[in-house]
Design a protein around this ligand. Structure first.
Ligand SMILES: Cc1ncc(COP(=O)(O)O)c(C=O)c1O
Length: 388
């Protein structure tokens, strides 16, 4: 088929998708033996399993004791929209966006909620917007890691300690991979299929005491569906934050996440997971630094993502292609690697500039990323030679 020699070794676990992400190393369906299934989530054992997972996640995340955590419907999107629908509107809002997901939150604020007093701070792919423009009398909406752009917020020092508005952070592909200074964050959401590799379905909603205060003192001017409500008539839904979920959760997903948290605890906890992501991301960064075709699209190396590393293609022939041609080139590379069983799901997001995207979160093994590198070169050369 091609004259370009294939590398001798393949990644043992070629799972580099940015979500759902690789399961924890060693995972098998046997991990779910004994899971609370076929039982009501309102039974004692069901509530216990949900409550235990809430406690385990709080511990793993090292949440301050006065922060609340709930398991909610609709994955990260559900959790983040729940927070926006319930909490914003009390003040003006500054929204910061630089990737596909951040721009979805802009659309929610502007078009769905129709908020008049909002300032949008957008940056092109590869860049971060100017956080110095944040006005902390207002609410701040932002994404910790732009999964589709490969650019993250490296620290939260820009957030004022004496802010009057709330900070709402979509941290789905950052949480557990990089430090999050909880004192700077009032609302944080994530979905556990990312850095924990757990079965997808549910979102996690975290509230600071100030966010709780807003929830019980503010009635939004728009309708809030039952699914999005975590406070009513001036009272927080305490049950939700101890395991009485709003609607029926998947106990299989809940139990799978509990097993992943146990794996995380045994892998050094929060700092162990962060170290795994840092080591993994550096493997791809080093590859790009050495490569004559793979380009790092992040404008500032300090802002490179630790989980969703994006690879651009720097090659005159590629750059002369129109966008459709570039997308075809990239999807041919991804298809070739998939066919070989060397890498699954690594074409970049369809809403981002054409490129590859490799998930380097904590559940990925460094050896698999190292084994992937020669395959990336092979796929690039094969597609460029037109010898598919
Ligand atoms: C930054 C960000 N926000 C939101 C989402 C949507 O997450 P979910 O599918 O868990 O709702 C994603 C998914 O990749 C994401 O990367």
């Amino acid at each position: 088929m091609t004259g370009i020699a294939k590398p001798p070794i393949k990644p043992a676990r070629p799972f580099f998708s940015s979500g759902p992400c690789a399961k924890p190393p060693g995972w098998s369906p046997d991990w779910l033996t004994g899971a609370v299934t076929g039982r009501s989530h309102r039974s004692d054992v069901g509530k216990q399993a949900l409550g235990d997972l809430i406690g385990a996640l709080k511990r793993l995340l090292q949440l301050p004791p006065d922060y609340q955590l709930a398991i909610v419907p609709g994955s990260d999107t559900g959790a983040f929209e729940m927070a926006m629908w319930s909490l914003i509107g009390a003040r003006g809002v500054d929204v910061f966006a630089w990737d596909v997901f951040g721009r979805l939150w802009v659309r929610d604020v502007v078009e769905e909620l129709g908020l008049r007093d909002c300032s949008i701070h957008d940056a092109p792919f590869g860049h971060l917007p100017g956080f110095a423009k944040a006005d902390f009398d207002r609410d701040i909406v932002f994404t910790a890691n732009g999964t589709t752009s490969g650019v993250r917020v490296p620290d939260l020092d820009w957030i004022a300690d004496d802010r009057r508005g709330l900070t709402l952070c979509d941290a789905t592909s950052a949480v557990l991979a990089q430090d999050l200074d909880w004192s700077k964050l009032d609302v944080v959401t994530f979905s556990w299929q990312k850095c924990l590799g757990s079965e997808a379905a549910h979102g996690v909603l975290i509230l600071s005491p100030r966010a709780v205060e807003r929830a019980v003192s503010f009635e939004p001017p728009w309708p809030v569906p039952k699914l999005f409500r975590f406070a009513r008539n001036g009272t927080l839904d305490d049950g939700l934050f101890t395991g009485q979920t709003i609607n029926t959760p998947s106990m299989l997903c809940v139990e799978d996440c509990a097993r992943a948290v146990a794996w995380a605890d045994a892998s050094g906890g929060l700092h162990g997971l962060q170290a795994r992501a840092e080591r993994n991301a550096a493997i791809i960064w080093d590859f790009m630094a050495r490569s004559d075709w793979a380009r790092d699209p992040a404008a500032d190396p300090a802002t490179r993502s630790l989980t969703s590393v994006v690879i651009g293609i720097a090659d005159g022939n590629f750059e002369r292609l129109d966008e459709a041609g570039q997308r075809r080139f990239v999807s041919d590379m991804a298809a070739l690697l998939e066919r070989e069983g060397a890498a699954f799901d690594i074409a970049g997001h369809r809403g981002a500039p054409p490129g590859l995207r490799i998930w380097t979160g904590p559940t990925v093994e460094a050896e698999d990323l190292s084994a992937l590198l020669p395959w990336l070169d092979w796929a690039y050369k094969t597609v460029r030679a037109g010898s598919l």
